[in-house]
Design a protein. Structure first.
Length: 203
């Protein structure tokens, strides 16, 4: 089973240049959002899920196409994208659980993860996605409150906390066998070829 990505957005004002384009679809963009700008501070922001806008005065960005330059996509970004794809939806309805379980097992089978490691891995994956969804809800509430006051939300602290969550999840993967860790990382590195992201242009 191939990982499937869809268009997802940055919280950084959902600007035209801040979209993350991932070439296949599984994640619901309205709820599970992948953010690329790990050090982009003081960007105007609005709730996730809003229409994209281009604002003047923003730092220039460039798109990194993984099919052309996979090494240009940071590991933290690639892990975040893939973790969102392989984890089950935390809000899955009872009638969706069988499909979600089957989809997740398909990914683990493709990676060659053993049954024993899968039992350790699945709770790590699903905990990540649940916490990520909660972070997005909190950020949206904050951004909407700021907007009502005519103020702009600062996404910098969100981005820091997001990256901390991704790194903490990567650290938890060390509980897996060496073989499973190696297979997981190799798969993520391979998936970079199917990802596109946007980063600030160095000056």
């Amino acid at each position: 089973m191939h990982a499937q990505y869809e268009r997802v957005y940055s919280p950084d004002a959902l600007l035209k240049g801040n979209k993350v384009l991932m070439t296949r679809s599984l994640i619901s963009a309205a709820l599970f959002v992948s953010f690329t700008l790990s050090t982009f501070a003081q960007l105007p922001s609005q709730p996730i899920g809003s229409s994209a806008h281009q604002h003047p005065g923003l730092a220039p960005t460039q798109q990194i196409d993984g099919s052309v330059n996979p090494n240009g996509i940071a590991d933290l970004t690639a892990y975040r994208m893939f973790l969102l794809v392989v984890a089950k939806k935390p809000d899955a309805k009872p009638e969706e659980l069988a499909q979600e379980n089957s989809r997740q097992q398909g990914h683990l089978h493709d990676m060659g993860i053993s049954e024993q490691d899968s039992k350790l891995l699945i709770p790590i994956l699903d905990e990540f996605r649940a916490k990520y969804a909660s972070m997005i809800r909190d950020y949206n509430q904050y951004a909407e409150a700021k907007a009502r006051l005519g103020e702009v939300a600062d996404s910098a602290s969100f981005i820091v906390q997001r990256d901390i969550l991704v790194q903490a999840t990567r650290d938890k993967l060390k509980a897996l066998s060496f073989d499973a860790q190696s297979r997981f990382d190799t798969h993520v590195q391979h998936e970079k070829e199917r990802m596109k992201t946007v980063v600030p242009v160095a000056r």
